[in-house]
Write a protein that binds this ligand. Sequence first.
Ligand code: MG
Length: 385
Amino acid sequence: MENNKRRIAILGSTGSIGTQALDVIAQHPDLFEVELLTANNNADLLIEQAIKFKPNNVVICNKELYQKVFDALDSHYIKVFAGIESANSLVQAQDIDIVVASMVGFSGLEPTISAIKAGKAIALANKETLVAAGSIVTSLARKHNVPILPVDSEHSAIFQCLQGEYTEIEKIILTASGGPFREWSLEQIANATKAQALKHPNWDMGAKVTIDSASMMNKGLEMIEASWLFNLPTEKIEIVVHPQSIIHSMVQFTDGCLKAQLGAPDMRVPIQYALSYPQRISLNTERLDFAQLKELTFYAPDKERFPAIRLAYHAHNSGGNMACIMNGANEAAVAAFLKEKIKFKDITDIIEKTMGKCTFVPQPTIEDIYNTHAQALEIANSLIK
Ligand code: MG
């Protein structure tokens, strides 16, 4: 890697991806430097991270927590700002090379667009950004000549398989763990509790993505994310359930050859690859022992038990703002499920109904996308109460 350290901003530094990104950075202080950390509400952890990594700036998005963070960091010569608008402008600072976009949900869209406009490389963990505004975000990235480096494990796997390849892709195979309800009946899934849905068998992730994994909406969102990242139509993206989560995804080429990326499930691997790309650097993750692995199994996902997959293909094939509508309704429904206001089955019912009621815009502008998200939340929330 070049002599100069890569200077990194982490949007959402106190979340699951943010903390693991800081773990990677801590292991390679010779290669990486933290310039900006932002968090929504976790002031205590933000303060702790700032004292350890010494960024120039931190942003606490919840303005009520500003004084607390300021008081804690003032003597450390770290500048403290409040509000999402501060994150949107500070992410454009000259001394930042890479922006890790790891905020949760639609809220990641605005700062990611702001970073792209300033020409920053994006390490994208926030799949909702591409689901809601894929056409706008990818064309902006092309215009500003900005790489979008995938952090999602499946997309990182595909990206790794594509290194050195210049020919057409026949299809990509997105692997899915199947989540905690993989073997449950329709009836059992319908009545699953919050605690059951939050228990993911393989991956350690935040609450939103863990619920999305349980409904398999996560795989639907990832299918749309893959379509934008790799410029492929939905017919060329196949979802396969692979309960062991050892193969993180595959690419099939026109000669019938397949490439797969394998490894122990550890989010630090794709996070680190996005930060060190095109180099690989050392990581203290578990090594696979093939003699111990015994078996890798695969089967097609069940769209009856997991209607989210059907909804995601329908949304993306409809084009326009439909995936944005689906995403907004999903965010509202998942939040309501986490507050135990609705049953698990209601999540996809609410999404489907919202997709039927929201105003369809065939060629949305960015303003249309923000309006669509607000309308989808409003309709979904009206169905929740
Ligand atoms: Mg993933």
